[in-house]
Design a protein around this ligand. Structure first.
Ligand SMILES: Nc1ncnc2c1ncn2[C@@H]1O[C@H](COP(=O)(O)OP(=O)(O)OP(=O)(O)O)[C@@H](O)[C@H]1O
Length: 332
């Protein structure tokens, strides 16, 4: 049985916005699944359908074997959901927040004490368990959010952009908890705008764009689609004209067969199966054309390259995609 089985789901809002056009997801139990897309691609709407907060306008959804439409209560009782907006009460302490969640989810009073200690331990908040949450950092609040979503030991947990806005250190820390939750056997459904996050954590990824799934596979499978390697070449203080001329030389040269060439702020990138073998030939051609190359690097494709390949524009508009994205971290 799949933990989540969504077939051809559609969700059109009452104002006519077709947020989800055709989403089919079959997620096995225990999988760490990543759902990627830029702002407005349809991630949150899909999560809301899967968690029964929205009724699909087309298609069908089964979660933990329960039908989302006819057995919505059973679905809700068997899932944890960490929404983008925090659900914690800042006036309460972590212990009080988690206890409140235990009551809301009907955790039996005899189990509550141990469950609260275990969860606060899991997210490293035991030391501040009795301090009010209002002075906590963004990362601490998110960790408390994770704990409250897990009180009823759900077999599936939905995490909607759980690390957006956190610094890399706080994000890394959350990743450890997510891994641990998944290691305990919990199926994880994660939405993120951070390609590096998906690369680190997910067994499998689907990419949504304009309400439709445009690619699915393991991070390695998706990266292998790009084929070959990526050549990064930097020039000394290039202006737009220089970059465009370099792009043309790389794109039109006979060195590579069908390379994808893009300009960057400092130079060009070339994606090609021949990038490793023939990269230096391009350097020679550029130098003969009068370019001064100041930087040169060949690396394996990252998920950013996959996005460029799939969508032509990466995860543009995703404010989470910063300098600490996959390009910086995964590059050789
Ligand atoms: N209640 C609503 N009524 C009408 N349109 C909506 C509503 N909620 C979202 N939308 C629209 O549906 C589309 C998908 O939005 P959704 O929030 O699912 O995307 P997302 O991928 O989660 O984006 P983000 O990363 O910004 O959270 C967007 O065009 C959005 O403006």
């Amino acid at each position: 049985m799949n933990a989540i089985d969504a077939q051809h789901v559609q969700l059109t809002y009452s104002d006519g916005t077709e947020a989800v056009r055709d989403v089919t997801l079959e997620i096995p139990e225990g999988e760490f699944f990543g759902f990627l897309g830029a702002n407005g691609a349809g991630k949150t709407t899909t999560i809301k359908v899967l968690t029964t907060l929205l009724k699909p306008t087309g298609g069908s959804v089964t979660v933990n074997g329960y039908d989302a439409e006819t057995e919505s209560r059973a679905v809700r009782e068997s899932i944890g959901y960490m929404a983008q907006e925090t659900s914690i009460d800042p006036e309460l302490t972590p212990r009080e927040n988690v206890r409140f969640a235990c009551e809301a989810y009907g955790v039996s009073p005899t189990d509550r004490g141990d469950r609260i200690d275990d969860l606060l331990d899991l997210v490293d908040l035991a030391d501040v368990a009795d301090k009010r949450a209002k002075d906590f950092s963004g990362g601490m609040k998110k960790r408390l959010d994770v704990a409250t979503a897990l009180v009823h030991e759900p077999p599936i947990v939905f995490l909607d952009e759980p690390t957006t806005g956190l610094d890399p250190k706080a994000r890394n820390r959350l990743w450890d908890y997510f891994r641990e939750i998944n290691d305990r056997g919990t199926t994880v459904f994660l939405t993120t705008q951070y390609l590096e996050e998906a690369d680190h954590l997910c067994d499998r990824i689907s990419v949504i764009r304009g309400g439709t799934i445009v690619a699915s596979g393991s991070p390695a499978e998706l990266k292998s689609r790009v084929g070959g390697a990526v050549l990064e070449i930097e020039f000394e203080d290039p202006d737009a004209e220089t970059l465009e001329r370099a792009r043309e030389i790389a794109a039109e040269s006979k060195i590579f067969d069908g390379a994808a060439v893009e300009t960057t702020d400092e130079g060009i990138t070339v994606r090609s199966a021949e990038a490793r073998r023939r990269g230096t030939d391009l350097l020679v051609a550029l130098s003969e054309a009068g370019f001064t190359v100041v930087g040169f690097n060949v690396r394996d494709p990252t998920l950013d390259d996959v996005f460029l390949e799939i969508t032509g524009d990466g995860l543009d508009g995703a404010d989470g995609k910063g300098e600490d994205s996959a390009v910086a971290e995964v590059a050789e």
